[in-house]
Write a protein that binds this ligand. Structure first.
Ligand code: MAN
Ligand code: CA
Ligand code: CA
Length: 499
C-alpha cells in the first residue's frame, strides 16, 4: 500500500519537474487595447489582403463573399518550443458560414492563396477551423491539424479529411464569448486545446489534438489567415499570445537577458518617447483646435469648473441677490421715513391751527370731532417712536448691507470659502438680526399699545413696506445664513476627515 502511494508521489513529482518554463514573447504576440497603431499597423506584425487591424482586434476577413486576409509575424522565431493562445471570433448572420480560419507555423511567411486565404504547399503546420462542410459529411465546423513538407496540395473539396494529423468536430461560430485555441509544440509533441466560448472561464479548455513525433521547422513564422467564399463570416482575431517553452533548467536567466537587453530597451524607449513628444508638439501646432479638444478629453477636470467653484458661484449669486433686495428695502425705508416726517409736520400744523401750503396732501380726517391737546401729543409721541424705529431698522439694514458686501468681496478675492472666520462672522450677524428683530417687535408693540384706546386720525395710507413684508424678508435672510453656516461646517468636517 505504502509502495503504491510512494510510486504515485514519484510520478506526480516527475510530471511537475517536467513542466516547461514559459516566457512571454511580445514580438510574436498581439492583443488589445491599442492593438493597432494610428496608421493601422500592428507592431512586429504585417497584414495582407482584406485584413484590417483596429484597436481591439484584427478582422482577418469581413463577412462579405470571396474575401481573403492574413497577418504574419515580421520575424522568424528564435526559440525551439512554443505555446500560442489564439482568442478569436467567427460570427455570421447565416445558420451556415464560411470558409474558415487558419493558424500557421511555417518555414516561410505565407502569401495569399487557396488554403483559408493562404498559400498551398507550405512547409510546417496549419491548424484549420473549417466552418463550411464542403464534402457534405455533416461534420463541420471542424478543427484539424495538418503538416505539410511543401509537397501536398490541400484538398478543399474533401475538407482535407484524409490529410489531417488529427482533429475534432467543434462548433466555434457565433459564440457568446470569444473562442480560444491553445496550440503547443513541445519536445516534438503537438497538443491543441480548445475553449468553445460558451463561458468566459479560463479552465474550460478541452483536448482536441495530441500528436507525437511531429517535426516542425525549428524556427518559423507565425500567421493567421481566413477566407470567405459563396458564404461569409467575420473572422476576428482578438489576441495572439506566444510563449517560448524551455525544459526545466534550460531557460534563459533573467540576468543573461537583463544587462544587454535592458540598456537596448531603455534606449529604444527614450527614443520612442522623444519621437512621441515631437509628434505631439507638431500636431498641436498644426491643429490647435483639435489638440485642445483632445486635451479636454484626457483632462476633463481642467475643462470644467470644479464642484467647489460651482458652489462658490452659487453662493456668490445668492449673496448678490440678497444685496439687491437690501438695496430695494433701503429705498423703501427712506420713502417711509419721508412720508412719516411729512405726516408729523402736518399734524404739528393741525395742532398750531394752520395747514402747510402746497404739500398736496389733504388734511387728516379726524373721527368724532376735534382732538384734545393731550390726545394730539400722545399721537405725536407715537409717531415719533415709529419714526425712530424706522430709523433703527434703516441703520440695521445698512449694517447688513455692509457686512454682505464684505462677504462677497472676500469670496471674490479669495475664490474659496472664507472658512471658520466667515462662519463666525455669519453667526454674529445672525445674532444681531435676532436681537434687532426683538427690539423692533418690542417697539412696535409699545406703539400699538399707546395708540390703543383713543380715536386715531386717518392718515393717508402707506402701501410700500409692511411689517409682514419686512419679517418675510428677514426670515429669508436667516434661512440663507443658517444654510451657509451648515454648508461651512460640513465643508470643515469633510476637510478634517480628509486630513
Ligand atoms: C462556394 C465555393 C466554395 C466555398 C463555399 C462556401 O461553394 O466558393 O469553395 O467553400 O462557397 O463559401
Ligand atoms: Ca471546408
Ligand atoms: Ca466536411
Amino acid at each position: 500500500m505504502l509502495y503504491i502511494f510512494l510510486l504515485i508521489c514519484l510520478q506526480i513529482f516527475v510530471v511537475f519537474c517536467e513542466l516547461p518554463h514559459h516566457k512571454f514573447e511580445y514580438k510574436y504576440s498581439f492583443k488589445g487595447p491599442y492593438l493597432a497603431q494610428k496608421d493601422g499597423t500592428v507592431p512586429f506584425w504585417e497584414h495582407f489582403g482584406n485584413a484590417i487591424a483596429s484597436e481591439e482586434m484584427v478582422r482577418i476577413t469581413p463577412s462579405l463573399r470571396s474575401k481573403k486576409g492574413s497577418i504574419w509575424t515580421k520575424n522568424k522565431t528564435t526559440f525551439d518550443w512554443w505555446q500560442v493562445e489564439v482568442v478569436f471570433r467567427v460570427n455570421g448572420r447565416g445558420r451556415l458560414g464560411a470558409d474558415g480560419f487558419a493558424f500557421w507555423f511555417t518555414e516561410n511567411k505565407g502569401v495569399e492563396g487557396p488554403v483559408f486565404g493562404s498559400n498551398d504547399h507550405w512547409i510546417g503546420l496549419g491548424v484549420f477551423f473549417d466552418s463550411f462542410d464542403n464534402d457534405n459529411r455533416g461534420n463541420n465546423p471542424y478543427i484539424m491539424a495538418m503538416y505539410n513538407d511543401g509537397t501536398k496540395a490541400f484538398d478543399h473539396q474533401s475538407d482535407g479529411v484524409a490529410q489531417q494529423l488529427a482533429g475534432c468536430q467543434r462548433d466555434f461560430r457565433n459564440k457568446p464569448f470569444p473562442v480560444r485555441a491553445k496550440i503547443e509544440y513541445y519536445k516534438n509533441v503537438l497538443t491543441i486545446l480548445f475553449h468553445n466560448g460558451n463561458s468566459n472561464n479560463d479552465e474550460d479548455f478541452e483536448l482536441c489534438v495530441r500528436a507525437e513525433n511531429i517535426y516542425l521547422p525549428q524556427h518559423g513564422y507565425f500567421g493567421l489567415s481566413a477566407a470567405t467564399g459563396g458564404l461569409a463570416d467575420d473572422h476576428d482575431a482578438l489576441k495572439f499570445l506566444t510563449y517560448s517553452l524551455y525544459p526545466p533548467g534550460t531557460q534563459p536567466t533573467s540576468q543573461n537577458i537583463g544587462d544587454a537587453e535592458k540598456e537596448k530597451f531603455s534606449k529604444e524607449y527614450e527614443e520612442y518617447k522623444d519621437k512621441l513628444e515631437k509628434q505631439k508638439e507638431e500636431f498641436r501646432k498644426e491643429h490647435p483646435d483639435e489638440a485642445k479638444r483632445k486635451d479636454m478629453e484626457f483632462n476633463p477636470d481642467e475643462a470644467y469648473e470644479t464642484s467647489q467653484q460651482r458652489e462658490l458661484q452659487q453662493i456668490f449669486q445668492g449673496q448678490s441677490s440678497i444685496f439687491e433686495i437690501l438695496r430695494g428695502l433701503h429705498r423703501k425705508i427712506d420713502e417711509v421715513i419721508g412720508r412719516q416726517e411729512r405726516a408729523l409736520s402736518m399734524l404739528s400744523a393741525v395742532q398750531t391751527g394752520g395747514v402747510p401750503q402746497g404739500q398736496g396732501i389733504p388734511p387728516p380726517q379726524v373721527a368724532g370731532g376735534s382732538l384734545g391737546r393731550h390726545e394730539i401729543e400722545a399721537l405725536l409721541g407715537g409717531q415719533r417712536e415709529i419714526v425712530q424705529s424706522a430709523r433703527d431698522i434703516k441703520s440695521f439694514v445698512t449694517d447688513i448691507h455692509q457686512r454682505t458686501g464684505t462677504i462677497i468681496a472676500k469670496q471674490s478675492e479669495q475664490g474659496k470659502p472664507a472658512g471658520a472666520g466667515l462662519a463666525f462672522e455669519a453667526n454674529a450677524l445672525f445674532q444681531d438680526v435676532k436681537e434687532s428683530l426683538n427690539i423692533v417687535k418690542r417697539d412696535l408693540a409699545a406703539v400699538a399699545a399707546k395708540n390703543q384706546g383713543g380715536p386715531c386720525p386717518v392718515v393717508q395710507p402707506v402701501s410700500c413696506l409692511t411689517t409682514t413684508y419686512f419679517f418675510i424678508f428677514m426670515s429669508i435672510q436667516i434661512v440663507v445664513i443658517i444654510g451657509y453656516i451648515t454648508y461651512q461646517s460640513n465643508k470643515e468636517s469633510q476637510a478634517k476627515k480628509f486630513y
